[in-house]
Structures are given as structure tokens and as C-alpha cells.
Write a protein that binds this ligand. Structure first.
Ligand code: SAM
Length: 323
């Protein structure tokens, strides 16, 4: 049975907070801000926090089992200078950190996603490095170590033009992480290291804050809103089942929005109001108000009112194009 996480205190409920986060307030002090991406079982994160009590350390990790294990380690060792964010690294760096705010960022043995069909999941694309550059302080550093030669070559090829001085090397073990041990057990003793130092600042606007207004609908076709998919450059939006309570005249539509690397699943609420229907994201879904979510609300409104069929008559069920 999985071991208990013991305390959720170091885990940030960042979705409800205004961005970028006020890190000195969250840590209770100002200190150099460092970040580990994909900390896995958290052993390196914890060691680094304990060895450097002078820094404020943040770990960003996608997987809950990894976060759970790390929370347990943190609760037992009580370092006092580490906070965790469960999110994808690109979305977290973009949303949670101010420009020029990070002193160092590290990623050890990130998933290489070698197949072409998985390539969108790879970290350290040009776009990622632009965001990273913007959020790193002048002269601050980034380090990535990988066991995977092809992923390393791909990541190194993304660097030119991103405002970094680059150093690459082949190195031996010594990082003492779970994945380093794993590759060593399989006979690998040489790993690839990419070190970047910020030499030039790239401008990048802070993400606009989207205001999600409730929409007043002329009609509500319950059948039309369900089981629909919309693909597109900016976001992939799926509407799944609608749960409708005829006594309360409230419908909840299950929506999933995928933008870049950032996935949100939430409910859209249709409720009868003054003889018409009101559409808005249901309260309590921990929603980050992104452009994709705003588009989802607009699409749900269009489907509910039967307008989308006129706009996109070829669409029917299945994948349609986003305007
Ligand atoms: C191969 S493991 C390495 C873990 C640890 N650094 C180590 O060396 O043992 C990669 C980790 O990155 C996490 N990860 C994958 N994609 C991520 C993303 N987009 N953002 C943050 N973490 C991610 C995975 O959940 C996993 O824990």
C-alpha cells in the first residue's frame, strides 16, 4: 500500500492564487529562488534544500505519486525552505514566476519522449527556453542531465538564439537520483550534461489575465453540447457528458481543455435564470482562466444555442476546427 504523504503543507494550491506568485510571502522570507523540474521521488530536492538552507527551493512535478512520496520525505526531514507545485513545468514557469526571478533551474533525467508522436511532451523546446530565459535572473543558470543521447542532441539544438551561453559535457554518475541508479544498474556510466547561463534577456509578456464572464443564452440544446471535440493550434477542447437536474434546472457539462502542456478538466454550469439560461464555469473547480477555457465557454454557448452548426456546418460530432 502507498505510504501516507503525512502533510500537504509544502504543496501549493497555486490555482487559486494570483500570478506570478509572491514567493517571499509564501516562504516567509526573501531568498534566492531555485527550481527543480521533475523531481521524481524528491530525494535530490530534499538533499539540496537541506544542504542549502539559504535558498528558497521549489519543486515542480507532474505526477501525484511522485509528489506524494516527496511530501512524505519533506514532512519527515522538515527542511523549511522547500515548496512543491504539481503542474507541468512549462505552464508553471510561465504562470508562477516573474521575469528575472529565478536564480537557478535544474532538471535531472527528464523524460526524453523519443518517439515523434510524443515530441510535443518534450521539455526544453525553443518555446520552453524562451520562457526559461525570461524568468531566469541575469547570469542565472540552468542545468539538465540526461541518459539519452538523442534527446540531449535535440535539447542542445534548441538553444541557439535563446539568450544563453551553452556548455555541454559527458559526465559520470554522482547525482544520486533514482533514475541515475536505474541507468547505472543497466550498465550506463556516462551521462550528458547541458549547462546554460543567461547572457541576454528575452522579452515575453506576462500572460494576460482572462476574465470569464457568465454568458446569457437564448436557448439550451442539451443534446448538442455533449460528446464534442474541437482541435486547433491554441487548444484542444472536449465536451463530454452533461449531467442535468430537471428539478433544479441545472446542467453540468464536463469539459477538458488542453493548451500546450497544460490540461484542465472542469464543469461548465448551465442554470435557468429569469426565464433564460446562464452559462459559466462551475464554482470550486480550481480553474485557471486561460484563453482555452474562455474559448470552451464560447463554444459551449454556440452549441447550446445551435449557432455552431451554422458557423461550422461540416463539423457534426468529432473533431472540428477552432476559429
Ligand atoms: C525520468 S523521471 C526522473 C526523476 C528524477 N529527477 C530522478 O532523476 O530520479 C522524470 C520525472 O519528470 C516528471 N515530468 C515529466 N514531464 C514533466 C513535466 N512536463 N513537468 C514536470 N515534471 C514532469 C515525471 O513525472 C517524472 O517524475
Amino acid at each position: 500500500m502507498a505510504k501516507h504523504y503525512l502533510s500537504l503543507k509544502p504543496l501549493l494550491s497555486w490555482r487559486g492564487m494570483s500570478h506570478p506568485l509572491n514567493w517571499p510571502a509564501l516562504f516567509g522570507r526573501s531568498a534566492a529562488l531555485e527550481l527543480e523540474i521533475g523531481f521524481g521521488n524528491g530525494e535530490r530536492l530534499l538533499r539540496h534544500a537541506l544542504a542549502h538552507p539559504e535558498i528558497n527551493l521549489i519543486g515542480v512535478e507532474l505526477s501525484w505519486p511522485a509528489v506524494r512520496r516527496s511530501l512524505r520525505k519533506i514532512a519527515l526531514a522538515r527542511p523549511g525552505n522547500v515548496l512543491l507545485v504539481q503542474a507541468s513545468a512549462e505552464a508553471a514557469i510561465l504562470r508562477l514566476f516573474a521575469p528575472n526571478s529565478l536564480a537557478a533551474v535544474e532538471a535531472l533525467f527528464p523524460c526524453p519522449w523519443p518517439a515523434q508522436r510524443q515530441s510535443k511532451r518534450r521539455l526544453f523546446s525553443r518555446r520552453f527556453l524562451t520562457i526559461l530565459n525570461n524568468r531566469l535572473a541575469p547570469g542565472a543558470s540552468f542545468r539538465m542531465v540526461t541518459d539519452h543521447a538523442r534527446f540531449f542532441a535535440w535539447a542542445a539544438s534548441q538553444v541557439p538564439g535563446q539568450g544563453f551561453a551553452k556548455e555541454t559535457s559527458v559526465r559520470g554518475p554522482g547525482l544520486e537520483t533514482k533514475y541515475e541508479r536505474k541507468w547505472r544498474q543497466q550498465g550506463q556510466e556516462e551521462f550528458h550534461e547541458l549547462r546554460l547561463r543567461k547572457t541576454r534577456h528575452l522579452d515575453l509578456p506576462l500572460g494576460e489575465d482572462i476574465v470569464l464572464q457568465p454568458l446569457r443564452l437564448k436557448s439550451f440544446d442539451k443534446e448538442a453540447v455533449q460528446d464534442r471535440d474541437f482541435g486547433g493550434e491554441e487548444a484542444h477542447i472536449s465536451f463530454k457528458e452533461l449531467v442535468f437536474d430537471p428539478l433544479k434546472n441545472i446542467g453540468l457539462l464536463h469539459a477538458v481543455v488542453n493548451e500546450d502542456d497544460f490540461m484542465q478538466a472542469f464543469w461548465l454550469e448551465f442554470c435557468l435564470d429569469n426565464g433564460g439560461w446562464l452559462l459559466r464555469p462551475a464554482l470550486g473547480c480550481g480553474l485557471v482562466p486561460t484563453r482555452g477555457v474562455r474559448r470552451a465557454v464560447e463554444l459551449a454557448a454556440g452549441l447550446a444555442e445551435g449557432r455552431l452548426f451554422d458557423e461550422l456546418p461540416q463539423q457534426g460530432r468529432g473533431i472540428g476546427a477552432l476559429g
